[in-house]
Write a protein that binds this ligand. Structure first.
Ligand SMILES: Nc1ncnc2c1ncn2[C@@H]1O[C@H](COP(=O)(O)OP(=O)(O)O)[C@@H](O)[C@H]1O
Ligand SMILES: [Mg+2]
Length: 213
């Protein structure tokens, strides 16, 4: 992939289940729509025909899957999404808003499932052809807050049903990635509109800089 072909901005939301990723991704999508800007919103896993099938397998509480089976199915779904949706959109100059990206695999499968973190990173980087986001928002909430919010609206999926030790490791993984990958860390317990304002401020600044630079 030639990085110079990429004209759009690639924005990712990360964090625990229930931290507010989808809420913020949709608020940001509405913001772009209001501006008449061209954007694409995708969520992981899924977003392509094969990705949606893999999503159903991955989140179904009935699914029995090895740890590396999980890593590889997620990477397969991500590879397809990048190839078929994200790269074409970025090449056309569209903004891409992605609800989770490879950092989720590093946090959940690498740290959470205690697999070789560097290998999880390497497999995923290969799967996405080296494509990394321009900005990654990390919405910070406690494990209890996130799961309580989820449980209020629906039954927990296969991965959300894991024990609290798993989620503490996921949080530790995300925390290690904050400085490594330059995450923009926001308080996920603030009001949605307050968080949205912070997101828009950051995005606007970044896009202005891109125009100059
Ligand atoms: N900042 C917030 N404060 C309180 N509740 C929120 C906030 N953001 C989202 N929620 C609620 O929490 C639940 C999970 O939010 P969601 O955006 O689906 O999280 P995620 O996509 O990260 O799992 C939803 O019911 C949503 O309305
Ligand atoms: Mg969500």
């Amino acid at each position: 992939m030639d990085r110079s072909d990429i004209k759009g901005t690639f924005i990712v939301f990360e964090g625990l289940d229930g931290c507010g990723k989808t809420t913020q991704a949709q608020l940001l999508a509405d913001f772009f729509a209001g501006q008449g800007a061209e954007y694409v919103y995708v969520r992981e896993p899924g977003g392509t025909p094969v990705g949606d099938k893999l999503r159903a397998i991955l989140l179904d509480p009935e699914t029995v899957l090895t740890k590396w089976g999980e890593v590889l199915l997620l990477a397969a779904a991500r590879a397809q999404l990048v190839q078929d949706i994200i790269l074409p959109a970025l090449t056309r100059g569209k903004t891409v808003i992605c609800d989770r990206y490879l950092f989720s695999s590093v946090a959940y499968q690498g740290y959470g499932l205690e697999q070789d973190v560097e290998l999880v990173k390497r497999v995923n980087l290969e799967a996405v052809q080296g494509l990394m986001p321009d900005m990654t928002f990390y919405l910070e909430v406690s494990v209890q807050t996130g799961l309580a919010r989820q449980q209020k609206v629906r039954r927990l999926d296969r991965i959300e049903r894991r024990d609290s030790g798993f989620f503490s490791r996921v949080v530790r993984g995300y925390e290690k990635m904050i400085s490594e990958y330059n995450f923009i860390r926001l308080d996920g317990t603030a009001e949605p509109q307050v968080i949205h304002r912070q997101v828009v401020d950051n995005v606007t600044k970044k896009m202005k800089k891109g125009e100059r630079g």
